[in-house]
Design a protein around this ligand. Sequence first.
Ligand code: F0G
Length: 476
Amino acid sequence: MRNGEELPLEMHKVKIVQRIDLKPVEHRLQAIDEAGNNTFLLRNRDVFLDMLTDSGVNAMSNLQQSAMLTADDCYAGSESFYRLEAELKKVFNKKYFLPAHQGRACEHLISRVLVKPGSIVPMNYHFTTTKAHIRLQGGDILEIPIDEAYKIESDCLFKGNIDIDKLHEAFEQYGDRIPFVRLEAGTNLIGGQPISLQNIKDVKAVCKSHGVPLVLDTSLMQDNLYFMKTREESCKDMTILEICNEAAAHVDLIYFSARKFGCAKGGGMCMSDEKLFEALREIVPLFEGFLTYGGMSDKEMEAIAVGVRDVLDFDVISQGPQFIKYMVSELRKAGVPVVTPAGGLGCHLDAKQFLSHLGCEYFQSASLSSALYIVSGVRGMERGTMAEERNPDGSEHYSPVELLRLALPRRVFTMSQIKYAVDRITWLYENRHLVGGLKWKEEPRILRFFFGKLEPVDDWQRKLADRFLQDFPNGY
Ligand code: F0G
């Protein structure tokens, strides 16, 4: 802009819209109470800006929509499958593709084939479903990101990188118990932070010396590709396709959630190793569906095929990170604690700092997510202790980071909606002393954040709403 301000420009125009409602604060107070202060349990009709996730809610392009009409609907041998397979071959250049209904289905199958009781899987950081599936097979995870990963405010450009020294140590300590190493590009739970192409190469070198495969979760790869291109010197002159091919060349098994990667709904695994392919192929029809659909509809496979091609378009993959950067910098100007540098996926508020008057036993991130919904109708996602599982001895496992994730599904929100969210978050920050704690009301045994319920420790939510009504008397 003329004043030097950086403004992300939408490189698309709106062709189809969905109406949304902004309900008044009294309504929101009741809705969050009924949802047990868990934003997963809110009904979408009660939500104004749905920043819960970018999963399955990215805007589809006109070309994706039209491709869906060309779907070759059949049980076996669909042309839609072969079109998707061909697109994936271009971006990852692997010999084989196996379909699955979504990302966690791949994690299930991969864990079944590779994880045994006692296995330890080193990784830059876990994703909830990844950890759950590895544990379900009797294994466990070992998180070894660089130290910078845990710093909320940082200028490290690749906070998602694995610490190579720690990877060497892991092999020394666990040896044969390591069936594979997993990299997530970029890391979901620590703020959508990317990994570098160099780190992939370094990790691969270690894996190779131990004869262990390297697995890459590319669910968030489109954002990661943007960061490799814009932040990594050696990638500056490479095309997105070249970067993607190069990253893939150093890994043995790629899997993804096409609810993110490809902006549709589905998932899959790509590999060149025949033995691994045969082992995984055996169980795809058992758990997912026949080998040419794996639980996906043919229409979705067509949409993913186009979406995967879009991942190679720099203008398309820039949109997410650029809007996130804008939101992060506006919040920082207002003094709100956010994860920096801005990553992919969404904007992450640091609930530990935001609500520093609460101890971690009060579920800071869940409290913040509940409070933000009450004062804005914005639905974020708790990414903290609720998303962890209890320690084997039954004690609570407090997450090292307590984040409130505000996902920006790609090409969905407008600038004024982002400004509204920033305004309400800033208001909440100025009134943060009114936000109190939460405690368990109903605690599930596994994946607690999906359907666990919490209740406030006192009547802080009523008081927060009353304060809100003083500034916004009409309740909006
Ligand atoms: N890996 C990563 C990095 C993810 O972000 C997700 C999903 C999965 C695997 C599992 O894929 O949902 O298709 O089964 N993340 C969603 C989220 C749920 O909201 O961040 P899935």
